[in-house]
Design a protein around this ligand. Structure first.
Ligand SMILES: Cc1cc2nc3c(=O)[nH]c(=O)nc-3n(C[C@H](O)[C@H](O)[C@H](O)COP(=O)(O)OP(=O)(O)OC[C@H]3O[C@@H](n4cnc5c(N)ncnc54)[C@H](O)[C@@H]3O)c2cc1C
Length: 285
């Protein structure tokens, strides 16, 4: 049963921020692919929805040689059609292809995916591997930037204040010689929520790992960086022993739950398998 609520459709980000600061019990609505589903399951806990879907300011992708800024209102379909080249494209493309189906991709936004804070959100491991930051804005305090790792604070908990909107996600473009790997393990190849997802970026100096970033999804209360695995890789030769050690370390980075999609033990095993698969693919690339 859907309860009564107010619906505000601002025509600028400034108006949306004003509405957020002056109304109690407000919630942003972007593509609605989470909000509408939740609304059918249980009455909305808010009195007012602020529709962001008409705000062109949130829909731009800005890029130069060094930096990329994704507006919060960019949809997954738009990401799929975007051709940034290099590692960013090689991570974003398979992620977008594996994301839901075309109908949901047309509505689902970058900001909604990150703010919903599902541990299984597909964009999160990719953005974590890219060392992304989020841009948060409020009417009273302007804009602030936060490392994505600090934005995720626990189960369905973010650093977003009640009067704030996530307006963009930014990251530095990885070097041209960086290598990467993405994999989403789900029950089906399409329209499936991930059981484990992984995105990794490595820099190699000959066969020595000079830098690595590994994002993992659906294996802990929030999507996370596999820090123990990254530490194992740092400065090591990328050989079979290092790969096995990093895969074991990634298992220690994760703390998956059992749910109807998969058991925790299976998820842990798959973390090990996928980290090995990714590092071997990078080694042989
Ligand atoms: C059939 C189906 C399949 C799906 N498959 C996948 C999948 O394969 N992978 C995946 O990751 N997800 C999947 N999802 C979940 C969902 O589509 C995504 O999480 C999507 O990116 C949410 O974006 P949205 O714009 O629809 O968010 P909304 O539903 O509009 O909002 C989600 C949450 O974020 C908040 N929010 C939105 N934008 C902002 C903002 N700019 N600032 C502050 N708060 C904001 C809202 O208040 C709400 O709490 C699926 C959903 C459905 C219904």
């Amino acid at each position: 049963m859907i309860n009564d609520f107010n619906f505000v459709q601002p025509s600028s980000v400034a108006e949306a921020l004003e509405a957020l600061s002056t109304n109690d019990g407000v919630q942003a609505l972007a593509g609605g692919t989470n909000v509408m589903v939740n609304m059918k399951r249980a009455p909305l806990q808010t009195e007012c929805l602020i529709d962001l879907s008409k705000l062109d300011e949130l829909k731009t992708i800005c890029e130069d040689d060094d930096c990329i800024r994704l507006g919060a209102g960019v949809t997954i379909s738009e990401l799929l059609n975007w051709k940034p080249g290099g590692v960013v494209e090689r991570l974003m493309q398979p992620m977008c292809h594996a994301f839901a189906g075309p109908l949901i991709r047309n509505l689902a936004t970058v900001g909604g995916n990150v703010c919903d804070t599902s541990a299984a959100a597909d964009l999160s491991p990719v953005l974590l591997a890219l060392n992304a930051s989020v841009e948060l804005q409020s009417a009273s305090q302007g804009s602030r930037m936060l490392d994505l790792r600090d934005f995720f604070q626990g189960v369905r908990k973010t650093a977003l204040r009640k009067d704030e909107l996530l307006t963009a996600i930014t990251f530095a473009r990885p070097d041209d010689d960086a290598r990467c790997f993405y994999y989403k393990l789900g029950k089906r190849k399409a329209d499936a929520i991930s059981i484990v997802s992984i995105a990794m970026i490595l820099k190699l100096d000959k066969d020595i790992v000079s830098a690595s970033s590994i994002g993992l999804g659906a294996v802990a209360p929030v999507a996370l960086r596999a820090v123990a695995a990254e530490n194992t890789l740092k400065g090591a030769a990328l050989n079979d022993d290092t790969i096995s050690a990093a895969a074991e370390a990634a298992v220690s980075d994760s703390s998956p739950i059992d749910d109807f999609r998969a058991g925790g033990d299976y998820r842990r095993q798959m973390v090990e398998v996928l980290v090995k698969k990714g590092l071997n693919a990078i080694k042989d690339a």
